[in-house]
Design a protein around this ligand. Structure first.
Ligand code: S3P
Length: 432
């Protein structure tokens, strides 16, 4: 699919973006640890999260939909599926399910699309193997397909070299089925939806933050099943951020409704504020997560350096790069090597495509430098990556843009196309 965006106009609009992807995945996966009916409102119906739900069904969950709720009832014991479990494009699905399945009796094979099959899985497979998991994968235990023979796991004390919520969540799920309490450490707090949700469901999880920013968690094994979830998934700040940038670069106003305001998720809005945009946060409720609206008003943008709190804005860096492309001066992003192993190599994808738009940009090993300038229309290769496709669609508001492989947008944000109508005219060609 080719998405051809026409130059946009100033706007003053309200956006109800789709539900949060991270929280939706966790609803599908954590429901399997409960003993009743999990009732989930506003579950994200995007390709990635529907794959998680489909896997829950293949493992024996009964899933039905009543009015606006998805109801998930877990089996007493997870079923050994008679086919491979397909995770599509989703790193969250494959990595978190690994931690759950490693301690479950049975044989499970996890795989995904051509992009997911290129992403590193050793970060989860290695620590799980150390505690007795029987897991194998291509390229010496690193790439999907991944085969798991569920077995008994030993409790652990693991210090992760990276701040990754996927690795952390996977190890927390494994720890829930170990014999004794386990400890997990990360160099910096990664998004903490897993801890918040599991604690809300009755799990015994304790957290400490050290002075140097490192975080430690103690996970006590489950003695009984968890209480079922009753949750309304908030909307996704990562999806909303595309419209925040749209407002920032066109001197417009975007009212972004019902987002999780979890600090580990809204750092990108803080950076946009530093660049000169006006940003207001309106807290409305606080259940598993703080939830509210964010209002972004465009203003003159100036360059910034982003080098701290990277795990809190890693998914939004490509969209933030679009604001950098029109800001005055040279912006720098550092300490963001993880960008290279996301749905695409996002350092390469951002820099290569910005250059096509006439913007001066340079790859660093762990980030990039972008000097704001005059953006021209270009043919963008999205590398099949949803966030690259949506970022450049937004940059198209300046002077138009043509984006290849834009069908990937359906992996996280199928509602994007309808909302994008509010800010620009566009055409879809079903080429390749
Ligand atoms: C996610 C964690 C992040 C993020 C991804 C979703 C999650 O990945 O980039 O889009 O839901 O746990 P890492 O934990 O690997 O950094």
């Amino acid at each position: 699919m080719i998405l051809e965006v026409k130059k946009g106009k100033r706007f003053n609009e309200e956006f109800k973006v789709d539900a949060d992807k991270s929280i939706s995945h966790r609803c599908a996966i954590f429901s399997l640890l409960t003993n009743g009916e999990n009732r989930i409102k506003n579950y994200l119906k995007a390709e990635d999260t529907l794959n998680s739900l489909e896997i829950a069904k293949k493992l024996g969950a009964e899933v039905k939909e009543e009015n606006d709720e998805i109801i998930i009832k877990a089996p007493v014991k997870l079923k050994e599926p008679d086919d491979v479990l397909y995770c599509g494009n989703s790193g969250t699905t494959i990595r978190i399910f690994m931690g759950l399945l490693a301690s479950n009796e049975g044989f499970f094979v996890l795989t995904g699309d051509e992009y997911l099959r290129r992403r590193p899985m050793k970060r989860v497979i290695a620590p799980l193997s150390e505690i007795g998991a029987k897991i194998d994968a291509r390229e010496n235990g690193n790439l999907a397909p991944i085969a798991i023979r569920g077995s008994k796991l030993k409790s652990f004390n693991y210090k992760s070299p990276i701040a990754s919520a996927q690795v952390k969540s996977s190890l927390i799920l494994a720890a829930l089925h170990c014999d004794k309490p386990s400890f997990y450490e990360e160099p910096f707090l990664s998004r903490d939806h897993t801890e918040r949700m599991l604690k809300g469901m009755g799990a015994d999880i304790k957290e400490w933050k050290m002075e140097n920013g490192e975080c430690k968690i103690e996970i006590t094994p489950l003695e009984k099943k968890l209480s079922p979830l009753k949750i309304t998934v908030p909307n996704d700040p990562s999806s909303a951020f595309f419209f925040a940038v749209a407002a920032a670069i066109t001197n417009s106003k975007a009212v972004l409704k019902n987002l999780t305001l979890n600090p580990t998720r809204i750092e990108s809005f803080k950076q946009l504020e530093k660049m000169g945009a006006k940003v207001e946060y309106i807290l409305k409720e606080d259940k598993y997560e703080p939830i509210g609206d964010i209002i972004v008003t465009g203003n003159k943008l100036k360059a910034i350096t982003v080098e701290n709190n990277i795990p809190w804005l890693i998914d939004e860096l490509p969209a933030l790069a679009m604001a950098m492309a029109v800001a005055e001066g040279k912006s720098i992003v550092k300490n963001a090597k993880e960008l290279r192993v996301k749905e695409s190599d996002r350092i390469k994808a951002v820099v290569e495509n910005l250059k096509k738009c006439g913007i001066e940009a340079k790859e660093l090993e762990d980030g990039y430098e972008i000097t704001g300038g005059k953006v021209k229309e270009a043919d963008i290769n999205s590398y099949g990556d949803h966030r690259i496709a949506m970022s450049f669609a937004v940059l198209g508001l300046i002077n138009g843009m043509k984006i290849e492989k834009a069908e990937s947008i359906h992996t996280s944000f199928p509602g994007f196309f309808e909302l994008f109508n509010k800010v620009a005219e566009y055409r879809i060609e079903n080429g390749n």
